[in-house]
Write a protein that binds this ligand. Structure first.
Ligand code: SF4
Ligand code: SF4
Length: 64
C-alpha cells in the first residue's frame, strides 16, 4: 500500500518532502511524487500518513 500525490493539485510547496520517514517523496518536473516502492503509508513510524497530515491542499496526498 502506498500514497500518491495528485499532481494537478500539488503546489510544489515542499512541505511533505522532509516529513516522510522513508524519503519516498521527491521532485519531478516541477511537482512532487511519491515512490510507491518506498512509501509504507508511514506504518510503524507514525499513526497517520505524514504527507497527508502536512499538505496544505486538501485531498492531494491520497491512497494510491
Ligand atoms: S504516507 Fe508516509 S511513507 Fe508514504 S509518502 Fe507519505 S509520508 Fe512518506
Ligand atoms: S505538501 Fe502537498 S502541495 Fe506541498 S509539495 Fe507536498 S503534495 Fe505538493
Amino acid at each position: 500500500m502506498a500514497y500518491k500525490i495528485v499532481a494537478s493539485q500539488c503546489t510544489a510547496c515542499g512541505a511533505c518532502e522532509f516529513e516522510c520517514p522513508n524519503a519516498a517523496i521527491s521532485t519531478k518536473r516541477g511537482t512532487y511524487v511519491i515512490s510507491p516502492t518506498l512509501c509504507t503509508e508511514c506504518e510503524s513510524h507514525f499513526p497517520a500518513p505524514q504527507c497527508a497530515a502536512v499538505c496544505p491542499v486538501a485531498d492531494t496526498c491520497i491512497p494510491a
